[in-house]
Write a protein that binds this ligand. Structure first.
Ligand code: HEM
Length: 182
């Protein structure tokens, strides 16, 4: 099975049109007008400006009760009304990766309340996390969100909340790409 690995292809064509590209922290990425998301196994030719690869993986931090709460309210990608999207690639610093798993969980949830905060925005925001640290990619994570235009302000608020947390003090590269469905 290789279709859990996806290519996020920035270029001049694709099912998503870029409306805004900004850099929250770190180096900027070359601007593109469109984004294509394709299972890596289906790539035949690639005329991209850049390509980011990420894979769907198992959960690391969510505990059983949180997982159940998420499953009870979250909606999947590809909803018709969800014509807005955000691709936010992130990298965390060495200090984060040098922590033990239990220390990271403490920062992620006990201190930063990542899941508790995020849950308030479900089911309006649909999300998918892709991991890429272990496959030699420039970023550690690609985060992908889909929502209807009427929830665009709520999404801004969520991102604002998360960026103020202790967890985000470990983020040393974050690019923020907003899109609309073509
Ligand atoms: C990881 C929930 C929004 C960035 C996670 C995890 C959960 C979660 C449960 C842990 C997965 C695991 O156990 O491995 C949510 C919910 C959100 C939300 C419910 C509401 C829409 C966001 C946003 C961003 C973001 C807006 C980026 C701006 C990340 C990152 C990770 C993550 C980078 C991986 C953290 C790590 O492994 O170090 N999220 N999240 N999340 N989320 Fe969110």
């Amino acid at each position: 099975m290789t279709d859990h690995i996806f290519d996020f292809i920035g270029g001049d064509s694709g099912q998503w049109q870029v409306t805004k590209m900004s850099t929250a922290i770190g180096e900027s990425m070359e601007m593109v007008s469109h984004l294509k998301i394709v299972p890596s196994s289906l790539i035949t030719q690639n005329d991209s400006i850049w390509t980011l690869k990420g894979l769907k993986s198992n959960i690391r931090y969510a505990e059983k009760a949180e997982k159940e709460k998420l499953l009870a309210v979250q909606e999947g990608l590809g909803r018709e009304q969800a014509t807005c999207a955000a691709l936010i690639p992130l990298q965390k610093n060495e200090a984060w990766w040098n922590l033990a798993q239990d220390e990271r969980r403490k920062i992620f949830e006990s201190q930063s309340k990542h899941t508790a905060t995020g849950l308030h925005y479900l089911p309006a925001i649909a999300r998918q996390l892709y991991h890429c640290r272990d496959i030699g990619q420039p970023f550690d994570f690609l985060t992908w969100f889909e929502y209807a235009p009427e929830h665009a302000d709520a999404f801004e608020e969520l991102v604002f909340q998360l960026r103020k947390t202790e967890e985000w003090s470990y983020v040393d590269w974050e690019v923020d790409i907003r899109l609309v469905k073509v």
